[in-house]
Design a protein. Structure first.
Ligand code: HEC
Ligand code: HEC
Ligand code: HEC
Ligand code: HEC
Length: 139
């Protein structure tokens, strides 16, 4: 009787902690994404592969009073275009990049990192991760 009760207790603790982990882990989103689908230069993006190598905060952030706020665990994650459009971020730039376009957000995040990594790792340079075709494969 006591033994059964104990086993049952351990079992329900286990189930409860699983439920807690499921409830608190951030929604990882799709494993594969195509950005700018239907546009002139769609970009392929292996999301899962990047999640395994980088932090959510390396790419996701929020906004308050029109300013960028760093990613916080559990925050709502929205599509880049929700903010990177000509209404929310009109006229904002980063160097020569127009941040009020998806291209500006994409090149400011994706291309900058690819250039940086290719510059410091010969194997990644060899893989041409800094070249257009990596993200915009020829059809
Ligand atoms: C290397 C950059 C990068 C990393 C790292 C990354 N993401 Fe993403 N994530 C993106 C991009 C880009 C999109 C597509 C946004 C869009 O469609 O505009 C996306 C989309 C998403 C979406 C879907 C949003 C929507 O409304 O369609 C979720 C959810 C998400 N990511 C969660 C996460 C979580 C959680 C992590 C960390 C475990 C993470 N991402 C790590 C770049 C990244
Ligand atoms: C909730 C709104 C919001 C969302 C969603 C958002 N951004 Fe931003 N982002 C901003 C704001 C605000 C700035 C700062 C603009 C300024 O003041 O120059 C910014 C700046 C940037 C910059 C330039 C500064 C830097 O960090 O390098 C890049 C690049 C960028 N965002 C990429 C992205 C990408 C890629 C996504 C989608 C994965 C995304 N953003 C989603 C609001 C957002
Ligand atoms: C923080 C750095 C970083 C960011 C941001 C980033 N990447 Fe990458 N990406 C990498 C690195 C490093 C690799 C090479 C991984 C390897 O082969 O070891 C890579 C590889 C890739 C590949 C090739 C995958 C393969 O299977 O060979 C594609 C396509 C790609 N990235 C697209 C994107 C797109 C699109 C974005 C923006 C939405 C993005 N990346 C953002 C660092 C980044
Ligand atoms: C690391 C990934 C990556 C690399 C490398 C990259 N881009 Fe992009 N590019 C993107 C993303 C993400 C977008 C935004 C989504 C879209 O419109 O495809 C984009 C958008 C664009 C657009 C806008 C398309 C439209 O419909 O408005 C053009 C043009 C473009 N890129 C040209 C280039 C050229 C030329 C190169 C090489 C010098 C290049 N890109 C390299 C990720 C990349």
């Amino acid at each position: 009787m006591l033994k059964k009760f104990f086993a049952c207790g351990v079992m329900s603790l286990f189930i409860m902690s699983c439920a807690a982990i499921l409830a608190f882990a951030a929604d990882p989103g799709p494993a594969e994404i195509t950005l700018g689908e239907g546009g002139k230069k769609p970009a392929v993006f292996p999301h899962k592969k990047h999640q395994d190598a980088f932090k959510c905060a390396d790419c996701h952030h929020g906004m308050a009073d029109g300013k960028q706020v760093p990613y916080a665990e559990g925050q709502k994650i929205e599509k880049c275009e929700t903010c990177h459009n000509t209404t929310a971020l009109a006229g904002k730039t980063k160097g020569s990049l127009a941040l009020d376009t998806l291209k500006g957000a994409g090149h400011g995040n994706c291309l900058e990192c690819h250039k940086e990594k290719a510059g410091s790792d010969p194997a990644l340079k060899e893989k041409k991760i800094d070249k257009c075709d990596t993200c915009h494969p020829k059809k």
